[in-house]
Design a protein around this ligand. Structure first.
Ligand SMILES: [Ca+2]
Ligand SMILES: [Ca+2]
Ligand SMILES: [Ca+2]
Length: 442
């Protein structure tokens, strides 16, 4: 976990630990931020640094006894909303009569066992989150200890309305499958503590925010029924003591979105390059690996991010469909992305040679292979000239496609050209025969 908010840099490990611990406590609701112990390493000696830190930690510890230490998991967000208007908390008697203006919420016996509804608005919880903790914090309006057994469910709705005056306005609302049972301890008037806090409601809240129609900013209703009696403040009786909904959640965790492009390489022949670098996953669990299936039955090629490309050489030309999936660090896998392409065949070059005797030097031929062609994805890479007199073959590298050779004597010679492409395919030889004159013809 990260310790932040402190100037660190002192060379005392103890001090650093104390500051870290103090900082955790500072994250506790209600715990004062420890600005008083800002330390400037350049001016503070080790000993004083340590004493200040220890003192801060001891103060922190004593305050811990007063409030529950709460450490969010990394990345968790906490949201708290209170009932903020009269029509957002209400009671419905056994006869169905709805009261919205009572100063309290009787959980649940008020002559009869009633049903209590509460609504919180502007819940800025994105879709797709994981609820890690949730509870309602009530404020005790009265002291009660009668055995009480409550069931808390949410309203199974995307964005429920507030409570109206019509009979049965709470009990007729569809409720979540998920439920939390609560047998509260005795309450003492004025208490706002652990005894007035429901058990964890994560499953209930999760069911609601997992609804396809859930959107950030929607409202949420909780409905309580059961037996027994605890009396909590309603908004109408105490704005500050109205029911508080506390929710902690981890950010949405989505699978990657795969994006694939393919292109045939010039060389090697029959080789596709697949590029997955357009794939995205911008949440807290980014892409970890890419899986390329080249569609010819060959094994899937897996690369580890950030490497997002792979290539494959096919045995034959033809159409192929390449399939990409991307997997994130939470092991969520994308919908496959596909790209279909026709792998072009790879032809050898067609050689063509022309020869002319130069005016000077004597007995010298110029041979040109520039009429050779190879228009596929593996173009001409080199020219090999054999001047036909037993001398070594002269090789030029494209785009140079001409060579000269001086013979030892006049006479007829056959020049042979072969051309090789970038796929290492070699042309059929082309020949040109010429009689080399003792002196160049004008
Ligand atoms: Ca009310
Ligand atoms: Ca992800
Ligand atoms: Ca070729």
């Amino acid at each position: 976990m990260a310790f932040k908010g402190y100037k660190r840099g002192g060379n005392s490990t103890l001090a650093r630990l104390c500051f870290g611990f103090g900082n955790l406590l500072a994250a506790t609701p209600g715990f004062p931020a420890p600005q008083a112990v800002t330390v400037h390493p350049s001016t503070t000696r080790r000993g004083r640094f340590g004493r200040i830190a220890v003192r801060a930690a001891l103060v922190s510890l004593s305050l811990t006894a007063l409030s529950l230490v709460h450490i969010d998991p990394v990345g968790a967000t906490t949201l708290e909303r209170r009932v903020v208007t009269s029509n957002d908390d209400a009671e419905e008697s056994a006869t169905g009569k709805v009261s919205r203006t009572s100063s309290d919420l009787e959980l649940v016996n008020d002559g009869t066992d009633q049903i209590v509804g509460m609504r919180w608005t502007a819940l800025t919880i994105p879709a797709g989150v994981t609820i890690t903790a949730a509870y309602i914090q009530f404020s005790a309006k009265e002291s009660q200890s009668v055995a009480t057994s409550l069931v808390l469910r949410g309203q199974a709705a995307d964005n429920p309305l507030n409570f109206g005056s019509a009979n049965g306005g709470i009990s007729t609302r569809a409720r979540t499958t998920a439920a939390t049972n609560w047998a509260p301890m005795a309450w003492t008037v004025g208490q706002v503590g652990a005894n007035q806090r429901t058990p964890d409601l994560s499953a209930v809240i999760q069911e609601i925010v997992s609804r396809p129609g859930w959107a950030s900013g929607n409202a949420l209703v909780m409905i309580v029924n059961g037996t027994g009696h605890r009396t909590a403040w309603a908004w109408d009786g105490s704005v500050a003591g109205a029911p508080l909904l506390h929710i902690e959640y981890n950010p949405p965790d989505f699978p990657p979105v795969a994006s694939l492009t393919v292109s045939q390489l010039f060389t090697p022949a029959l080789t596709l390059r697949a590029d997955a670098s357009g794939s995205t996953d911008t949440d807290a669990t980014p892409i970890a690996s890419y899986q390329f299936d080249f569609g010819d039955g060959s094994p899937v090629v897996t690369t580890t991010a950030p490497i997002a490309t792979a290539q494959h050489t096919y045995a034959a030309a033809g159409p192929y469909t390449v399939t990409l999936t991307a997997t994130d660090t939470a092991n969520k896998t994308s919908t496959p992305a596909t790209a279909t392409t026709t792998v072009q065949p790879d032809f050898p070059p067609v050689a063509s040679v022309a020869v002319t005797q130069l005016a000077t030097p004597a007995l010298t031929l110029s041979a040109s292979g520039s009429g050779s062609t190879d228009t596929d994805l593996t173009p001409i890479a080199s020219y090999q000239f054999d001047f036909g007199d037993g001398s070594p073959v002269v090789t030029t590298t494209a785009p140079t496609g001409a060579a000269q050779h001086t013979y030892a004597s006049a006479g007829p010679y056959t020049v042979t050209l072969t051309v090789t492409d970038t796929g290492n395919n070699t042309s059929t030889p082309a020949t040109a025969t010429i009689t080399v004159n003792p002196s160049a013809t004008p």
